[in-house]
Design a protein. Structure first.
Length: 173
């Protein structure tokens, strides 16, 4: 009984082995080429997406950094008295109940806060333009930032000849 079952299985293997279709070398090469082309396309799409993501995240970081710097400057300038603006990029003032003056300036590409004398703090980097101006009891701050990320120059505000402007009304003058 066992021999009969074994002989049937062997004869089935011989028949199916003869009818088995195999792939030719050309078919394998065509499939490999298609897989490579599709893979290159996917990697290209992912690379573009990754670059865009990194650039947009850098722009968001730049915007947040600038807004924090502007908020900090405006909060102190709002309380200012005895204001001196030098060359448009330096503002120095006093705040009631604080003995030393506070100074904001653009040094290279950084907004630097100096208070007390000779103690500095960098508020923001990548600043390409900073200007302070005064009309009556209003101080206007204009600012622009640029940053290179993955061979692309990011500008905030997004238009090259525009500036982020903030008008601060003085309370103590």
């Amino acid at each position: 009984m066992k021999n009969i079952v074994f002989k049937k299985n062997v004869s089935n293997l011989k028949r199916t082995g003869c009818n088995r279709k195999s792939y030719t070398l050309i078919e394998v090469l065509v499939v490999a080429t298609i897989v490579v082309i599709v893979s290159i396309g996917l990697v290209s799409v992912l690379d573009v997406g990754n670059r865009t993501w990194n650039q947009e995240m850098a722009l968001i970081g730049l915007q947040q950094e600038i807004r924090l710097a502007m908020e900090g400057m405006s909060r102190e300038i709002r309380q200012a008295e005895n204001i001196t603006i030098t060359v448009g990029t330096v503002i120095e003032f006093n705040i009631p109940d604080i003995t030393d003056s506070i100074k904001y300036s653009l040094i290279d590409t950084q907004i630097v806060r100096e208070h007390p004398a000779n103690v500095t703090q960098v508020l923001s980097s990548n600043i390409s333009f900073l200007n302070f101006s005064r009309v009556d009891d209003i101080i206007e701050i204009q600012l622009q930032a640029k940053k290179n990320v993955i061979n692309r120059e990011l500008i905030f505000p997004l238009v090259a000849d525009k500036f982020l402007k903030l008008k601060v009304r003085l309370r103590n003058e």
